[in-house]
Write a protein that binds this ligand. Structure first.
Ligand SMILES: Nc1nc2c(c(=O)[nH]1)N[C@H]1C(S)=C(S)[C@@H](COP(=O)(O)OP(=O)(O)OC[C@H]3O[C@@H](n4cnc5c(N)ncnc54)[C@H](O)[C@@H]3O)O[C@H]1N2
Ligand code: MOO
Ligand SMILES: [Mg+2]
Length: 639
């Protein structure tokens, strides 16, 4: 039996201290703990994270949650903030993030510390498990924290193995069931000599009784419904959440909840369209005395009046002076006489007889006072903002945006930006979806990664439901043993699953549910885990739902006609085939060129794709769609 030689145990060390975080004191116990671990106090221990935070509960919680949920570290040691002083809140922060206490660890530390000094009684340290991470409070002093670490060191490898082993156990089940995944060498881990002990632990800890695999449905209980029906169902529940007043500057991409009218006319005065001279049309062509200049921005009442035979130089946009009823552009005039200073004009000649109203924009000719400027339901664009500004509208009533949270699931998923851990892949779905909604004028919250165990999925779902109107998850909705979303939704959240499978490719296991959480109706969109499926189904269900909830009159994306570029073998399910639209000079209908291998795990099939060709499902009489067939194409990117 080999020991779990190959497994390292990753540590995060969090020093909690106002003075250290403010640089007023040097953190000694944190580095000392790191040194002990590096020297091997824990077999295969490795410090991967180290930070110092003030004695602020929320700050401590944030780091503990981040290190657990995103960094997936095995053990977190906090040092400091466990005493009686008012600022000591590490135990409170820890208690709020752990799911289950590990009192054995705490007692072991106290036992040893109390043997050394009765003052150990003044520590309020606790320890516990959050998902698969063990969090242990150590005292702030270098000596005290070292003694406590030494007292638990002997059992840490075992504790960490039990927690992480659950992952291996689940992962191998998970892998087994995802038939297309095969067996990944990363998961074959030799159990230590506690084998029977481990299995014992597995049984009680993984809450997956072996019979369940056998009982597991061989067929999904959810009927395959078509895309249009699925979209209709989602939109029925995607209701407007209310309205809010925004300053006009914040209104970009929002939908107006009421008509907007012009407060002021444009132009507010008769404005010249040209650089030239303001004149009386009745004077006809011929000489004029130049009175002076009317420039843009001068108040009309400061303008001198105009008598017959007189004219006033005027700039584009300047108010036309009282009396003048037309403007002649300077190109249609000739200079007759100018003053000794060689620049002030005295007399000019109008070469063409001017017409009344010529080159003048009358008051309100662009926008009259009280006129309807933007109708209710309009999605405010950049030029609409200009109109709001012009109309003197300072704030507008818009529909509220839905708060949407995005949650990845899966034991094999790790946060991007870190070296790959054995048997893991990086989360691409979350960043894809977060930026996809942003591309379409919305925003969403990143709720991290849920692990493949019921309690982790439930905790994460609750967290997401508490802070958003719609929760979007990816993964865990197909037929696998660890595809827990539907089960947790129904069993633990009393949700109604409106559909659990859609006849489409990719995107078959797309799931949609609603539930009442803290008295409010919430939507849960369970997208498939395959990256392409998650992205394609976002275009078909997520964006339309967000648009509908934001007040869009037409929530669906734009569909145009395109012609296929080559023969395409049809799938039994209607396919949303990634393609690149290219317009050719001789045909108004663009060509849609496929991006190649469409397997739904291959994000590259979305590379430069700007549309999804909507292909019919295969039938007896139609197996292959010939080239140059006209199909619908859903636009999915800025053209
Ligand atoms: N027996 C059956 N197995 C499967 C069926 C079926 O009908 N019968 N459907 C297949 C189809 S179609 C799809 S789509 C997938 C969807 O499965 P899940 O939604 O349960 O997704 P997972 O199993 O969790 O993961 C699928 C795949 O995607 C990877 N993944 C998951 N999350 C992420 C992420 N955030 N970033 C990147 N990659 C992710 C995961 O590693 C898996 O490879 O089910 C088929 N199986
Ligand atoms: O439905 Mo899946 O997304 O085809 O692979
Ligand atoms: Mg699955």
């Amino acid at each position: 039996m080999t020991s779990n030689e190959s497994t390292k145990i990753t540590f995060g060390i969090l020093t909690v201290s106002d003075s250290c975080s403010q640089g007023k004191a040097e953190d000694k116990s944190g580095p000392n703990l790191a040194a002990l671990i590096t020297k091997g106090i824990i077999h295969n221990g490795e410090v991967v994270l180290q930070e110092c935070v003030p004695d602020e509960k929320d700050h401590i919680k944030r780091v503990l949650e981040k290190w657990t949920d995103n960094e997936n570290v095995d053990v977190i040691l906090t040092t400091g903030g466990t005493g009686f002083s008012f600022r000591d809140v590490t135990p409170e922060a820890t208690r709020e993030v752990i799911h289950r206490e590990t009192s054995g660890m705490t007692i072991a530390m106290f036992k040893k510390s109390l043997d050394i000094t009765p003052l150990a009684m003044l520590s309020r340290a606790i320890s516990g498990i959050r998902y698969n991470t063990l969090i242990i409070n150590l005292p702030g002093s270098t000596k005290g924290s070292q003694e406590c670490l030494e007292s638990v060191a002997v059992s840490l490898p075992h504790a960490a193995a039990l927690l992480s082993d659950r992952i291996v156990q689940v992962k191998s089940t998970h892998q087994l069931l995802q038939s297309n995944m095969g067996n990944c060498p990363g998961h074959k881990r030799q159990h230590t000599h506690h084998d029977e002990h481990h299995h014992h632990h597995h049984h009680e800890n993984t809450k997956v009784d072996p019979t369940r695999v056998a009982r597991r449905a061989r067929e999904s209980p959810y009927p395959l419904i078509d895309v249009a029906t699925a979209q209709k169902i989602v939109l029925e529940h995607a209701e407007i959440l209310g309205t809010e007043m925004l300053t006009y500057v914040e209104a970009l991409d929002r939908v107006l909840a009421e008509d907007v009218f012009a407060k002021d006319p444009l132009p507010p005065f008769p404005a010249s369209i040209k650089d030239g001279y303001a004149v009386l049309a009745s004077d006809g062509a011929g000489k004029r005395q130049v009175l002076g200049t009317s420039v843009a921005g001068v108040k009309p009442e400061d303008q001198v009046g105009l008598q017959p035979g007189e004219c006033l130089r005027i700039n584009t946009g300047a108010p036309v002076p009282a009396g003048a009823d037309c403007v002649v552009q300077v190109e249609d005039t000739k200079l007759i006489q100018e003053a000794d200073d060689g620049k002030t004009e005295v007399e000019i000649e109008i070469l063409l007889p001017p017409k009344v109203g010529q080159d003048i924009r009358p008051i309100g000719s662009d926008m009259s006072q009280g006129q309807l400027v933007l109708p209710r339901g309009c999605v405010v664009s950049s030029s609409d903002l200009g109109l709001l500004a012009t109309a003197g509208v300072t704030s507008v009533l818009v529909y509220k945006f839905p708060v949407v949270s995005i949650l990845s699931t899966g034991n094999e998923i790790q946060e991007p930006g870190r070296p790959l851990e054995t048997g893991c892949i990086r989360d691409s779905n979350k960043i894809t979806l977060l930026s996809l909604v942003k591309e379409h004028g919305f925003s969403a919250l990143d709720l991290g990664i849920a692990r493949d165990d019921p309690q982790s999925v439930l905790m994460k779902l609750k967290e997401a439901l508490a802070c958003s109107d719609m929760v979007v998850t990816t993964g865990g909705v197909s037929m696998g043993e660890k595809d827990l979303l539907k089960e947790v939704l129904v069993a633990d959240l009393g949700a109604v699953i409106h559909f659990g499978r859609v006849k489409m490719k990719p995107g078959k296991p797309t799931t949609f549910a609603t539930c009442i959480f803290e008295g409010k109706k919430k939507l849960v969109l369970g997208l498939p885990g395959n990256p392409v499926s998650a992205t394609v189904t976002s275009h078909l269900y997520l964006l339309p739902a967000m648009r509908k909830m934001s007040g869009y009159a037409s929530p669906f994306g734009t569909v145009i006609k395109a012609t296929t570029d080559e023969d395409i073998v049809l799938d039994p399910r209607p396919e949303y085939h990634r393609a690149v639209l290219t317009w050719l000079p001789d045909s108004p209908v663009p060509k849609a060129v496929s991006t190649g291998n469409q397997i739904s795990s291959r994000l590259l099939s979305l590379l430069s794709a700007n549309c999804l060709m909507i292909l019919p499902g295969r039938t007896e009489k139609l197996q292959v769609l010939p080239a140059r067939t006209q199909v619908d194409a859903l636009i999915i990117a800025r053209l």
